[in-house]
Design a protein around this ligand. Structure first.
Ligand SMILES: *Cc1c(COP(=O)(O)O)cnc(C)c1O
Length: 387
């Protein structure tokens, strides 16, 4: 489905670490974090062991407690909702925009208004079970899916109006820009992720960026077993975790960040090849890039198929011909553990379910050649024509 884009300089950077005695908590993590301060313009950057652990630290920093509500999207990778559940808080899902798959800012505004007022109106936004009425709404957690920014201006307005934190899940969108501003810097905290299929990789890893001094100290402490500034090795001011990023990963990340423009440009080229070919097929809708997306950072290439196409049959036929594809996303609210806990049913979030039933992520990475893209598209065309 994808492969990392590694250069000799990237490999060399990791080898150099292995020739030193510092494999964790050394100089490489500081270099990596500085690279992210420079890139994002934010005061603080904190390397962490994954995008998921980074988002979890943001949830802790936002003061989200058991039973609290957090407005978020059901059309995402599960981690963005799971980090809310880690604190026994309640993800309050609202449906998404049909064009981008990102959270619908109009619904965010309505949900926030009703949840803040409480009572019967609020109940309509809450799941059938697994939550309590009249608890506090603490935050909004938008996700920049597939490398496209969420419509953050109206979301921030809602957050300001009701005193909510915004945790921006930019794990799929490193380098994307919203009205000329970098994603990850539009909320109180932003998180990027570096699993091998992301725009840059550290193997496993993530980075949190924020301008909030206190939150940064707190998250640094939690990442490091709860050791606050001034604590000794065996002093733990807080209940913390080991969410650190090791030196090999950090060195790889710094080397990859130095190539960010090259990596993003290559992905953009591959996406353009796909769009050119897929636009010729009447059954296919190609991804739409919104006017507010002043820079798209291609993470995956998800084609949407007309309702007349048997999407799952198509996926099987492509797999059988050696073209790996993946339905994208399986809606979070219909995952077995979510149904069990909150009683969700098909039909609860129709736009999410529609996108989830018609989308296929095609093989995608910056190292794909034009010939490989042509091969995928020719195979797709043949299967669609029933040949
Ligand atoms: C990749 C991703 C994450 C974080 O994933 P990790 O594997 O934990 O690094 C979080 N949210 C979204 C939307 C993602 O795509």
């Amino acid at each position: 489905m994808s492969s990392p884009d590694l250069a000799d300089a990237d490999r060399q950077a990791v080898l150099e670490v292995l020739n030193t005695p510092s494999l964790s908590m050394g100089p490489r993590i500081m270099e990596f974090e500085q690279a992210f301060c420079d890139f994002s313009g934010r005061k603080h950057a904190m390397g962490v062991s994954s995008g998921t652990t980074g988002l979890h630290l943001c949830v802790r920093a936002a003061g989200i407690e058991p039973g609290d509500y957090v407005i978020t999207t059901p059309f995402s990778f599960v981690a963005s909702a799971n980090v809310i559940l880690f604190e026994n808080a309640v993800p309050v899902f609202v449906d998404v925009d049909a064009r981008t798959g990102n959270i619908d800012p109009g619904l965010v505004a309505e949900a926030a208004r009703d949840l803040v007022i409480g009572g019967e109106k609020a109940q309509e936004w809450l799941p059938r079970k697994g939550s309590e009425p009249n608890r506090s709404l603490k935050a909004i957690l938008p996700v920049d899916v597939f490398g496209q920014p969420s419509d953050l201006d109206p979301i921030r307005k809602v957050a300001q109006k009701y005193g909510l934190k915004v945790i921006e899940d930019s794990c799929e969108a490193l380098g994307a820009e919203y009205k000329g501003r970098k994603v990850g810097t539009l909320g109180d905290y932003g998180v990027y992720a570096f699993y091998p299929n992301k725009q840059i990789t550290t193997g496993e890893g993530g980075v949190i960026v924020t301008d909030d001094d206190q939150a940064a100290d707190f998250m640094r402490a939690l990442r490091n077993q709860g050791r606050a500034v001034g604590d000794t090795w065996l002093q733990h001011t807080y209940l913390g975790y080991n969410y650190r990023l090791d030196e090999m990963s950090a060195a790889l990340g710094t080397a990859q960040m130095a190539r960010l423009d090259e990596l993003l440009n290559k992905r953009e080229q591959v996406a353009a090849w796909y769009t050119e070919r897929l636009a010729e097929m009447p059954e296919v809708e190609t991804p739409s890039v919104e006017p507010f997306t002043t820079h798209m950072s291609w993470f995956v290439y998800v084609a949407l198929f007309n309702k007349s196409v048997d999407r799952n049959g198509l996926a099987n036929a492509l797999e059988a011909r050696g073209v790996p594809v993946r339905p994208y996303f399986a809606p979070i609210h219909l995952q077995p553990y979510m149904i069990k806990r909150f009683g969700y049913r098909p039909g609860d979030f129709p736009v999410t379910e529609d996108l989830g039933s018609r989308g296929l992520a095609l093989p995608f990475s910056g190292v794909m050649s034009r010939a490989q893209v042509e091969h995928v598209c020719q195979t797709l065309r043949a299967v669609l024509r029933g040949r």
